[in-house]
Each structure stands twice: as structure tokens, then as C-alpha cells.
Write a protein that binds this ligand. Structure first.
Ligand SMILES: [Zn+2]
Ligand SMILES: [Zn+2]
Length: 336
């Protein structure tokens, strides 16, 4: 899938830069306005492509989040009365595959073969899980890809207009084979752009909603499955939900990077603070504090060992992307 993504980028780059706007920018027979316009298109296009590739590789190469070795939830007798008195609200969760405890927003990914912090879904397009550390990069990848596709489609559409303009203004001439080949490539690339942009749009809306309500894709399916109408337990308001993923530094919202401060917050919102592990203080977490960032203690959760395979929309039908949240084998539901 990584090669598919790179192939699509290569196709659009070849058509837009090598075939159409590169020659237009260097064409000194034309009037200066056309060449200047071509340079502007090339500049914007390159910025969008660089940001798309940067976000993409940041998402692919960033570890989505491991449960720190030795992490353990608080002993049961230290849990609050509400949690202790109800089995259905038991918080401690154990992964039998990893033979380790897992924090409440973590899930075991059968493709990656381990538990992932605040797992969103396993995405075949990035050949990795999307979790606490790379969710922001994933959303930026969607946004920059969408922007690049829309911009490229508009830029290429304008070449259709000039290609056939001479039919209308009476200066029609037979096109050379080279011009016909270029226009065929423009045509194909235009439709690839439109197809990608259209399929990404619904997906972007879905993840914007999830992000603003502090919910992962897995949690969305879980909530639907449980037919829960209760207020979402991690929802702290749109602004706080957004900064939980994107950080509070506005300049970094647009870049697939996390500040050191944000990295600590991401550990915290992955609900590690409710438990403890050997390197906790070094990671900047308070071993005494219960959950300090993400609001109220959870209502749900149970000691399950289920695998999670949620779909991200684009992944539907692919390995790692079944829409059912449940155990992979046999489609059995997670322990409820
Ligand atoms: Zn696991
Ligand atoms: Zn995975």
C-alpha cells in the first residue's frame, strides 16, 4: 500500500510538473502572465506534496504507542468504590496475547502483534497502527492529501479549457501526438485526483467528528455496538479534545511533529497515569495522580483480551480493516 500511495503521488507529480506546468513555467514564447501563473501553481503544488509526504512518512514511521514495559493498573483494592462494587465497571484489563496489563484506551492489534496505546485502527494504507502518537500525523496526511488532490484537479482542469479553447475562438489546429498524449495523462490524473478527494472527504469529516468528541474509531464502533446513549466519557469539550491530539502550540498544528510537552500529554491521555510502571517519573508522569488529563474516571471497560480491528473507511475490506470490532478469528465479539 505504501507503494500504491507513492505511485499515485508519482503519477500526479509527473503529469502536473513534468508534462504541464514545468514546460509552461519555462516557456518564454508565451506571455509572462502564463509563465508567472505556472510558477505559482508549481510552488503551491510542491508545498502540498511535501506536506503530504512528510505527514505520510511521519505516520508510517512513528510508533503509534507501546504500553510501557511493566505498566500495571492500580491494585483493585485501591480503585474507587464505584468501580469496585460493579463487575461491569471493572477497570483492570489484561492482554493474554502480550501477557501484560493494558491501559483502558489501548487495544491489541493482531497485525502488529502487540497492544497499542489509544489505538484508533490498523491502517493498511500506512502499513501500521494509528494510535496515540501518530493519530495527528494521520489526520494531517488526510487533510494535505485532500488539499493536494483538489488543488491539482483544479489546476489540471484549467489545462482542458486552454486545450479546447481554440475550437471556440476559431484558431483550431490539429494537435500533435505529444499534445494528445499529454492531454490523455491529464485526463487520467484529473480523475485519480477527483476519486481520491471524493473518497477522502467523508473520511475527513468522520475523523474530524471523532477528534472533536475525543473518540477513536474502535471506540465509535464499541459505542454503536453497545447502543450507548450516555455522554461519551472522555469528551472534555471540542477545544480540549482537539488540543489533546494536536497540542496547544498553534504553530505545530499544521506540522506532523509533537513537542516534548505534548509527548508527555499523549502518554497521559493514553490513561497510563491510572497505573504505574518503572520509568513513569522519567516519562514525566505522576505515579500518584490518578488520571490527570483526560477527565473523569471511566465508566466502562473490563478485563478482556480481545483483538481490535476497526476500519478507517479506506481500509474497509482490507486486512486489518474489518468493520467489526471483535476478535479476528470467527468474528466473535469482544468480551462484553
Ligand atoms: Zn496485546
Ligand atoms: Zn496494527
Amino acid at each position: 500500500m505504501v507503494l500504491v500511495v507513492l505511485g499515485v503521488v508519482a503519477l500526479t507529480y509527473y503529469t502536473t510538473v513534468v508534462l504541464v506546468y514545468g514546460p509552461a513555467a519555462l516557456d518564454d514564447r508565451d506571455n509572462n502572465n502564463n509563465a508567472a501563473g505556472a510558477w505559482v501553481v508549481l510552488a503551491i503544488y510542491h508545498v502540498l506534496i511535501v506536506m503530504t509526504l512528510w505527514s505520510y512518512f511521519a505516520c508510517v514511521l512513528t510508533d503509534p504507542g507501546r504500553v510501557p514495559p511493566g505498566w500495571a493498573p492500580p491494585p483493585e483494592d485501591e480503585e474507587d468504590e464505584r468501580v469496585r462494587t460493579s463487575n461491569s465497571e471493572k477497570r483492570r484489563r489484561f492482554c493474554r496475547k502480550c501477557t501484560a496489563w493494558k491501559p483502558e484506551r489501548s487495544h491489541h492489534c493482531s497485525v502488529c502483534g502487540r497492544c497499542v496505546l489509544k489505538m484508533d485502527h490498523h491502517c493498511v494504507w500506512v502499513a501500521s497502527c494509528v494510535g496515540a502518537y501518530n493519530y495527528k500525523h494521520f489526520i494531517l496526511f488526510l487533510l494535505y492529501t485532500f488539499a493536494a488532490c483538489v488543488f491539482d484537479a483544479v489546476a489540471l482542469a484549467s489545462t482542458f479549457v486552454s486545450y479546447w479553447a481554440d475550437v471556440h475562438d476559431g484558431s483550431h489546429r490539429e494537435k500533435t501526438d505529444e499534445e494528445k498524449m499529454t492531454m490523455a495523462a491529464v485526463f487520467v490524473t484529473f480523475f485519480v485526483d477527483v476519486a481520491f478527494a471524493a473518497s477522502l472527504l467523508g473520511f475527513i469529516v468522520m475523523h474530524a467528528n471523532l477528534n472533536f468528541s475525543n473518540m477513536t474509531t474502535i471506540e465509535m464502533y464499541e459505542k454503536k455496538k453497545a447502543r450507548s446513549t450516555l455522554p461519551w466519557r472522555y469528551d472534555r469539550g471540542k477545544r480540549k479534545n482537539f488540543t489533546e491530539v494536536f497540542g496547544t502550540t498553534i504553530a505545530l498544528w499544521f506540522l506532523p511533529l509533537h513537542s516534548a510537552h505534548q509527548m508527555r500529554r499523549l502518554l497521559d491521555v493514553s490513561r497510563l497515569s491510572g497505573g504505574s510502571y518503572p520509568r513513569m517519573v522519567e516519562d514525566g508522569l505522576d505515579p500518584i495522580a490518578p488520571v490527570s488529563v483526560a477527565g473523569d474516571p471511566p465508566r466502562g471497560s473490563r478485563g478482556d483480551d480481545g483483538e481490535e480491528l476497526a476500519a478507517c473507511g479506506l481500509c474497509v475490506g482490507s486486512r486489518g480493516g474489518g468493520v467489526v470490532v471483535g476478535k479476528k478469528s470467527g468474528g466473535r465479539s469482544r468480551d462484553a
